[in-house]
Write a protein that binds this ligand. Sequence first.
Ligand code: PSU
Ligand code: MN
Length: 304
Amino acid sequence: MNKYIDVLPEVKAALDSNAPVVALESTIISHGMPYPQNLECAKDCEMIIRENGATPATVAVINGRIKIGLSDEQLEYFATSNDIIKCSRRDLPYVISTGKSGAATVSATMIMASLVGIRFFATGGVGGVHRGAEDSMDISADLTELSITDVCVISAGVKSILDIGRTLEYLETLGVPVVAYGQDQFPAFYTRDSGFNAALRLDSPNEVAEMMRAKWELGLSGGAIIGNPIPEEYAMQKDEIDSAISTALLNASMSGINGKEITPFLLSSIKEITKGHSLTANIHLVQNNARLAAQIAAAYFADN
Ligand code: PSU
Ligand code: MN
């Protein structure tokens, strides 16, 4: 594995001693938020994970090397560089073999985290079934990854730019546990309620840790989505976000945006339309997920 992977010494020490580690993705830095908020958010998430008893490991590819844990300079590079490839499962071998640099989406982060034994991962929102997928077939590789790779993903649901109902159906077909944390409703990223109940509900970090232990000890491979609602005080008004999403989707279709460009385009367009409100919400929900992920990882490794 060393042929491909560099693990930051701090992360390696934590992994060697069976201490909790939480992975963070890098696409949210390079393609999900503008500078400098992306860098501040990345650093704050790492700090929050430490404060809650775990070691953070931001995951990316730099010059063809898998990096588990980034230095401050490397974080800065992902926050400012324009030529970073958004990298999901399909892109990973190419980015590595050609010595390029890639930011890891949820699917690629899960793969690289699991290669070194990291079990928990915090992000903003998982990818899913896009609206209109019955024509475009645009379904994020994040979903299939969740069915095969043993990493539990703590998110604020799936991004509300998606078709949440179809995403939940697809996850059921794939056998991925979808948990609403602390409420019955599956959250909707910028807001606390998607209008759909999650199939499962858990109310404490320990309950989540025990569900994952049961899953993995039984050999039921794959991850889970823990849908952690954005804190009330940072949640957006439903009207504001719904109309921003509609406008952004229209902009995207008029500009002919598709494929892997669509999610970054929509996020940035929604930020413009909401005059930055969506970015503020995004930052707070990611931090909230980092906190819960650290608490879950700490509970899991406390009696492992
Ligand atoms: N969460 C955020 N912002 C993001 C993403 C998640 O708050 O930008 C990224 C993740 O990397 C996720 C990707 O895997 O969006 C989904 O992209 P796509 O829809 O192209 O699969
Ligand atoms: Mn897609």
